[in-house]
Write a protein that binds this ligand. Structure first.
Ligand code: TYM
Length: 333
């Protein structure tokens, strides 16, 4: 089993990233060979202030380490330091079809009404994502639900390349999507996913929020007036209640049914403080580690540089194989 996944270093790590992806990355380190990266070349597909991007790369690296990504067991790096990613992406751009990219819902969401004004990079970025995964022969890609379509595209690109060139170069990866935390929703609207691009900070829990902020965000989270039901089915049509129950379940390593068994019949006046406490307890040690790591930016750069060297070594045979398959040769390849 070989696991590869990434995250864009834009803004803070939020609870959706943590429960939907990062916490599962941390747990997989014991079961598989893992590579995790900061997708900084994805981040520039929309305007990003250069000084902020540089700071965000370090900040996100620190956040991943604080959450438990251990560079002794995993390879941790950022895209920009490993040119094999954009190199393979170019070759795969020539395999991916425009019709396939036209179906990507994230491009539609992110470009909004102004598709003509979106960058070519934003449109083509699922192909870079394919390179990210295929370079390392990943078998599994742990992601939240919103990335499922991109992982399916990776399989299509890999299959077409292998068939077109008559090779068995690329491994077809499987998406690994958690049952409960696949889609953590906004605290202000249970039908929208929790996202760093939501203009309201009250819509998300950031891993850097202090205890008072967490408690306040949960207290103000939108809910409905009914008490918590006895069965999970009765959460249908109550997206905000379902979301808070899912978060509680994930944080306590239980199922939503277990949580309802404990809280059925109680109102949010009782449930919200219990949830806030659980969140504060989960985030406390992460925040403490994060503060310590932030104090040493040179050490973070060193960790990323080491990770990049290890990633480049692992990427090289596949990159050389892709050049050879199309009839080209890299310098030194
Ligand atoms: P990004 O940076 O938007 O999100 C990182 C991870 O967090 C998950 N996630 C969520 N899960 C549950 N609920 C939510 N509300 C929520 N919000 C985000 C995402 O599904 C993702 O797993 N294109 C990717 C980064 C990437 C990548 C890759 C991922 C680049 N190359 C290769 C996997 C493999 C992205 O923008 O994720």
């Amino acid at each position: 089993m070989r696991v590869v996944s990434g995250i864009q270093p834009t803004g803070n790590l939020h609870l959706g990233n943590y429960l939907g992806a990062i916490r599962r990355w941390v747990r997989m380190q014991d079961e598989a060979e893992c590579l995790f990266f900061l997708a900084d070349l994805h981040a520039i597909t929309v305007w990003n202030d250069p000084a902020e991007l540089a700071a965000n790369v370090r900040e996100m690296a620190a956040a991943l380490i604080a959450c438990g990504i251990d560079q002794g067991r995993s390879v941790l790096f950022n895209h920009a330091r490993v040119p094999a990613h954009p190199e393979l992406a170019w070759i795969l751009n020539c395999t991916a079809r425009i019709g396939w990219l036209n179906r990507m819902t994230q491009f539609k969401e992110k470009s909004g009404k102004n598709k003509e004004g979106a960058s070519v990079g934003l449109y083509a970025y699922p192909v870079l994502q394919a390179a990210d995964v295929l370079l390392y022969q990943a078998t599994h890609v742990p992601v939240g639900e919103d990335q499922k379509q991109h992982v399916e595209l990776i399989r299509d690109i890999a299959t077409k390349f292998n068939t077109d060139y008559g090779v068995e170069l690329f491994t077809l990866p499987e998406p690994l999507i958690g049952a409960t935390a696949a889609r953590i929703m906004s605290l202000r609207d249970g039908t929208a996913k929790m996202s760093k691009s939501d203009p309201s900070d009250m819509s998300r829990i950031n891993l850097t929020d202090d205890s008072d902020t967490v408690a306040q965000k949960i207290r103000k989270a939108r809910t409905d007036p009914a008490p918590l039901p006895e069965t999970v089915d009765e959460l249908d049509g109550r997206p905000e209640a379902r979301n808070l129950v899912s978060i509680y379940a994930e944080l306590s390593d239980a199922t939503p049914a277990d949580v309802l068994a404990q809280f059925a019949g109680q109102g949010f006046g009782a449930f919200k403080p219990a949830l806030a406490e659980l969140l504060v307890e989960t985030l406390r040690p992460i925040k403490a580690r994060l503060d310590a790591l932030r104090a040493d930016p040179a050490e973070l750069d060193r960790i990323l540089e080491t990770g990049a060297t290890r990633a480049a070594e692992r990427a090289r045979p596949t990159l050389d194989g892709a050049y050879q398959a199309v009839g080209l040769r890299r310098s030194g390849g």
